[in-house]
Design a protein around this ligand. Sequence first.
Ligand code: NAG
Ligand code: NAG
Length: 438
Amino acid sequence: MKYFLLIISAVVAVTSAGHVDLALKDKVALGLVTEAIIELPQITSEIEANTTLQSLSGDEKVAQLVSNLQKLTKSSQFGIVSAAQDLGLETVQFWVSNIILVKGLTLQKLVALEKVEGNFVVREQNVVSILGQEFDKGFNATQQIPQWGVERIRAPEVWASLTRGEGSVVAIIDTGVNLGHVALSPGYAGAWLDPYYATPGPTDQQGHGSHVMGTVLGRENGVGVAPGASWIACRGLNHQGSGTEAVLTQCAQFMLTANPRPHIVSNSWGGGSGDTWFNSQINAWRAAGMIPIFAIGNSGSACRSVNSPGDQPNVISVGATSQMEAVGSFSSRGPSQSGGIKPDFVAPGSNIVSCGTGANNYVTMSGTSMATPHMAGAVALYLAHFPTQGYADVYDAFARTAVKPPLSDVDCGLPESGYYPNYVYGHGRIDVAAAMGL
Ligand SMILES: *[C@@H]1O[C@H](CO)[C@@H](O)[C@H](O)[C@H]1NC(C)=O
Ligand SMILES: *[C@@H]1O[C@H](CO)[C@@H](O)[C@H](O)[C@H]1NC(C)=O
């Protein structure tokens, strides 16, 4: 009897067809959308179960990780890609996540695609945006050096006695980086990808990415936390500051194959809540030993306002504080939809002066976008001094030593006075000197 049931379920599995999201179907019917994502079951658990792979380390592990991801997704995607191509659809296959972008959709083709055998979902592509706001162009940067956020997290004390970040490579996925800026050009490590406009070298018309990178490692006017670190970048957000799932996934793949490979990927973007669509990409970075840092979002001050991917458990997420050590009203509050402590940390994110789009200009911006690169720069300093440490060590060092301001506005479910970690400050405001034992 048991045997019989097994056969029945096997037959059912083989003959099941795909599932098309209803909202997508409506939009395609109206001609509003002609692209979609086909998502197949993710292969993260197969990768994690591979003991041969787990026993490797360094460059060899990453090369094998990439090759396994490519092999497994290619064979998993073969059937549905052939079927889509037979329908005249253009397909773009990815390997860091088991997804395919299809272009040229009509309702007729979508209905035909739905009937194809296999375990897959056809859904709309996710779109996210930058999480910072510019409000004062042309600030006179000479007024306070180092800038207040750099000083507050005690980066200058680390420079004086331990390191300025030499040897650490930080990547950003953002609107680009202004390579022509005097504070940014010396740290460029030579790896750049631009899925949007295919520019051969780093540029940034929008300005957000240059500001973010300036805070990580800008070398002039005391704007950067780790001025000895170097950088690479991918333009995952367009000139309007928004990015699609397909482009961000291309950037995620670039991070695993870039030369040099980054130690840290800083992400000042996000949207939605409880969204898991970027988790395979993040898991691959983590498997490769890279540390993902994400802005928690500017959707505060309501509780449960954290954005994705920052709200996911496998990343370090960062909220924003002011000079008064208060969490910005805009900064998203936890808990996450799954009840987790978010944000993980807070860092300076109000009135941050950093690089602009000129050759040597500085602008002020606020947002969790600006807090995130303070964390990325701090981790760059940390890893430059403790190069063999990983995600868990970094997390623990910053959590143990974070400054815990008095909790005047913690009312998101952990109201006890003095309770840390909590859903507003996380483990507290980072202190990189203390994290590094100073
Ligand atoms: C496990 O990883 C090794 C090393 O990359 C690879 O050769 C092997 O094919 C993998 N096994 C499976 C089942 O994917
Ligand atoms: C910047 O500040 C310095 C010192 O206060 C001052 O001399 C200079 O004129 C200011 N420059 C601008 C552009 O405001």
